[in-house]
Design a protein around this ligand. Structure first.
Ligand code: ADP
Ligand code: MG
Length: 413
């Protein structure tokens, strides 16, 4: 009995150690992990081969191993394909290690099919929920097995059966904690890098904007003085155009400055419907210039809490991107409606160049731009503003077909 438990512990150590090595040195992104040729699957195979070739014997006749853990982990963290691949590997190894193939096939087919919905639920929960879901699921195996043994009248094995199941379950829980905690840390690190980048960007923007504003003010002042001189009509006109242009630049800089500085102003109630209308009006001439038609369908009297200028900036940035994505001739659809869950969803859809999946992932990180004169700051700023208001921007896009930006903002009650 003790010997059996000792050799089980050897399995536990081996499995935990292998998973640890995978997590520390070879951890892959989720999409990569889901491929059959991933390192994750390779590590699962290593564990499977080890645990099935060195089973723990009890009373010389009963064999125990940890293959269930491998199948569960493959389905949970590697997805369907890795799951079924592990299942096939299990049958092949079972054949070479003289296991009863038919029983294996029957048991693990049911097991795998049950794991499909379970792995979907699993990812919806936080770590504790995950552990509970998987424990409940795993316990069905030893329980059905114990019932089966009882019916056969074989009670010798029941105690060992239960204690070994507990060991397996504890191992499984330890592995889940290990993987989840490490993945959480990696995510946090990425988020940290992203916010750090954003901080640097907004500080730089603020200082540059500030530096530029002062010389511009003096230039404007001297221009105004010059206007009073005795000048020809043409010269007067040039000067007033210059002043107008300076004012426009000033306006843009002010907006950026407003974004870069930390949020101190009070939120106010905004009439979103008319704000959207204003933003479309602002962009109207830019759209006409590119022969683009804007269609809109905005529900009346939508209200949100926030800062007017900022929301307008978000809308203008996204509409401007849509116009630039179409380049010439096309259509932009803008709609806004209140959802049943208390959010207002604004959609801005274009039939422009679209984005590939790789591009979508890069969107919103500072300085990412595909345009010759682009800053790559527009969307970064949009994300920041919307996030601050408790909302979210989601992007759907298809290359060459078009892009749809959805802005969800909490509605005012
Ligand atoms: P900029 O407009 O200065 O390039 P943004 O942050 O506004 O910076 O946008 C970043 C990039 O995202 C753009 O260069 C473009 O490649 C892509 N993009 C944004 N909106 C769209 C869209 N509606 N359709 C296609 N690509 C888009
Ligand atoms: Mg832009």
């Amino acid at each position: 009995m003790w010997e059996s438990i000792q050799s089980m512990c050897l399995h536990v150590v081996f499995i935990l150690f292998t998973i640890l090595i995978y997590q520390v040195f070879f951890n892959e992104r989720e999409e990569k992990r889901k491929k059959i040729r991933s390192k994750f699957f390779l590590f699962m195979l290593i564990i499977l081969i080890f645990t099935m070739s060195q089973p723990v014997y009890h009373f010389e006749i009963y064999k125990y191993d940890f293959k269930a853990i491998v199948i569960i982990l493959s389905f949970l963290y590697g997805g369907k394909r890795a799951g079924f691949a592990s299942f096939l590997a299990l049958l092949v190894i079972g054949y070479f290690t003289d296991q009863k193939l038919l029983i294996l096939l029957g048991n693990y087919t049911v097991f795998s099919l049950l794991l499909l919905p379970v792995s979907n639920w699993f990812h919806k929960y936080r770590i504790k929920g995950k552990v509970i879901v998987i424990s409940l699921f795993y316990m069905t195996i030893p329980i059905t097995r114990a019932i089966f043994l009882q019916l056969k009248g074989d009670t010798r094995e029941t105690f060992f059966e239960l204690s070994s199941s507990l060991i397996i379950l504890a191992t499984l829980i330890a592995i889940i904690y290990l993987i989840e905690n490490m993945n959480e840390q990696i995510k946090m690190k990425q988020e940290l890098i992203r916010t750090e980048k954003m901080n640097v960007v907004s500080q730089l923007a603020a200082s540059v904007a500030h530096e530029i504003r002062n010389p511009m003010t003096s230039v404007r002042g001297f221009m105004q003085l010059m206007q009073k001189e005795d000048l020809t009509k043409e010269q007067q006109l040039y000067i007033s155009i210059s002043i107008e242009e300076l004012d426009r630049a000033q306006e843009i800089i002010n907006q950026y400055l407003a974004l870069a500085k930390p949020q101190t102003e009070q939120y106010e109630t905004i009439d979103l419907t008319s704000l959207i209308q204003q933003s479309i009006d602002v962009m109207h001439s830019y759209a006409i210039l590119n022969s683009i038609h804007i269609t809109q369908e905005v529900e009346p009297s939508l209200k949100i809490e926030g800062l007017k200028l900022e929301i307008q900036q978000v809308l203008i940035n996204i509409i401007k991107n849509a116009i630039e994505a179409i380049r010439s001739e096309g259509e932009i659809w803008i709609s806004a409606a209140k959802n049943s869950n208390g959010f207002i969803s604004i959609q801005i859809k274009d039939n422009g160049v679209g984005l590939s999946e790789v591009q979508i992932k890069k969107l919103g990180s500072p300085y990412y731009s595909t345009k010759e004169k682009g800053t790559g700051l527009g969307l970064t700023v949009c994300h920041q503003i919307v996030k601050q208001m408790g909302g979210q921007i989601t992007i759907k896009s298809e290359l060459k077909k078009g892009t749809c930006f959805t802005i969800n903002l909490p509605s005012k009650k």
